[in-house]
Design a protein around this ligand. Structure first.
Ligand SMILES: [Fe+2]
Ligand SMILES: [Fe+2]
Length: 211
């Protein structure tokens, strides 16, 4: 029996999702998953720090790395991680009485938006830098530093306050349901094969900038 490419992709996506669920033991708490993702974000912030130091010293950095890092920040961090918080965890917390506007959720949402502006600026600067327009260096450094400072304190706030509160308010059964919703976002927004591509990128960047 032969399949069309669309059917094959669909089958592979389902397979990958089930494998992920199995690997994660299905029982993984939603907040634990988000904390693990923070570790990957913090790794990328460390790489960006090293890249900024090199650029500041006048060294040239591989534009291909900058392009792929920007894609990671857009797809993995914003479209996937921030979406899980904005569309699933925060609304659940709101239902349980945590304040949005003028409260902790409102502040975190505002920070996600500020982050998006930095990424927009970074993407434009990377495009110019890749075209050998080195006047883009200043914008590249400004947006990267701004993003790094913002995300560092944002992650700290979530890990030490909002996720701790979530663990107190949301029982394990509900956390598992939220984690299942997270899986849907992963498949819809990241897609098949992207995880492997990002893993490869992390290894390559570690070797180039952190060892
Ligand atoms: Fe967040
Ligand atoms: Fe987060």
């Amino acid at each position: 029996m032969s399949y069309s490419i669309v059917e094959l992709l669909f089958i592979l996506t389902l397979k990958e999702t089930r494998m992920n669920l199995f690997k994660r033991g299905v029982m993984m708490l939603a907040t634990k998953q988000l904390k693990e993702e923070h570790a990957a974000v913090k790794f990328m912030l460390k790489v960006l720090d090293n890249i900024c130091a090199r650029i500041s010293k006048g060294e040239e950095v591989d534009p291909n790395h900058l392009t792929r890092i920007t894609e990671f920040l857009i797809v993995f961090v914003d479209k996937c991680h921030h979406a899980k918080e904005e569309e699933i965890l925060f609304p659940q917390l709101e239902k349980m009485g945590v304040i949005n506007k003028g409260g902790p959720i409102g502040t975190l949402l505002e920070e996600h938006n500020i982050g998006r502006n930095y990424i927009k600026g970074l993407r434009e600067a990377v495009e110019r830098y890749s075209a050998k327009d080195y006047s883009a260096t200043e914008d590249l450094l400004k947006n990267t530093q701004g993003y790094k400072n913002l995300l560092t304190q944002h992650i700290e706030e979530e890990d030490t306050n909002i996720f701790v509160l979530a663990d107190q308010l949301i029982n394990e059964e509900m956390q598992e349901k939220l984690a299942e919703e997270f899986e849907k976002i992963e498949v819809e927004r990241i897609g098949t094969g992207k995880h492997e591509e990002f893993h490869e990128l992390l290894h390559e960047l570690e070797h180039t900038y952190l060892s």
